[in-house]
Design a protein around this ligand. Structure first.
Ligand code: ADE
Length: 247
């Protein structure tokens, strides 16, 4: 049973590659995949690339070529929900593509052919990821105890789309439009919903966690790179490590 660990950016993946036992690099679809063991578990590490299509290609290769049993995504996101602050973690319960619009042929956000807008993540795998995130951020493991602020772990809907959301006006508009349709969105990023769709197609369990790097507002472009460098990689390494021990 091999677990795929997908990261969006090299900085987020670096710690995981470094910790890999018996690392083996394989090139496929113009991408590097790292096969090896983490905490005694067989894993494949991969970069999703940025955006929905790149992520879908990587996810498809993980299933078709590596035959992975499950996919876990770690990355960063912009916080949209109230109280979803920089440094918090959001574990995805479900995903939606906020830039999907085949209206008036289909209702806004509905995925044509799937008869729904929202794709659920795998509940048991997501429950373990939530435990791992809570343990690392606010539990007794103390990985982040040097940080004075108390971090929160949230679980809910994440929206993906091929846009870096970088103004308060845009994030407010996005949030309000989704809320009016009954979708309370916690965070926005650029890949997860595509991976969720590939995993649904192949019936592969999928879970995702996103550390909040910015508030998808006018300072998002400044906050984002700073955060990636300093925090995201450590979060990914510790939370994934804990998850693998729980599997
Ligand atoms: N990933 C991290 N921050 C983001 C933002 N503001 N918009 C889209 N994807 C993101």
């Amino acid at each position: 049973m091999t677990t795929a660990i997908l990261s969006a950016l090299p900085e987020e993946q670096a710690g995981l590659v470094h910790a890999l036992a018996h690392p083996q690099r394989i090139t496929r679809a113009g991408r590097s995949f790292w096969r090896g063991e983490l905490h005694g578990r067989s894993v494949v590490l991969a970069l999703s690339g940025i955006g929905k299509v790149a992520a879908a290609t990587t996810a498809t290769a993980l299933v078709e070529h590596f035959g992975v049993a499950r996919i876990v995504f770690t990355g960063v996101a912009g916080g949209l929900g109230d109280g979803v602050n920089v440094g918090d973690v959001v574990v995805a319960q479900s995903y939606l593509q906020h830039d999907m619009d085949a209206s008036p042929l289909f209702p806004r956000w509905e995925l044509p052919g799937y008869a729904r807008a929202v794709l659920e993540c795998d509940a048991p795998l997501s429950a373990l990821l939530l435990i791992a995130a809570r343990d690392c951020l606010i539990g007794g493991s103390g990985h982040f105890s040097s940080q004075s602020e108390v971090r929160s772990v949230h679980q809910g809907l994440i929206a993906s789309g091929d846009r870096f959301v970088s103004s308060a006006q845009e994030s407010q508009r996005l949030r309000d439009a989704l809320r009016a349709a009954g979708h309370e969105v916690l965070a926005v990023e650029m890949e997860g919903a595509a991976v969720a769709q590939v995993c649904l197609d192949y019936n592969v369990p999928f879970a995702a966690m996103r550390t909040i790097s910015d508030r998808a507002d006018d300072t998002a472009h400044v906050d984002f790179p700073q955060f990636i460098q300093t925090v995201a990689s450590r979060y990914a390494e510790h939370i994934v490590g804990k998850l693998l021990q729980l599997l």
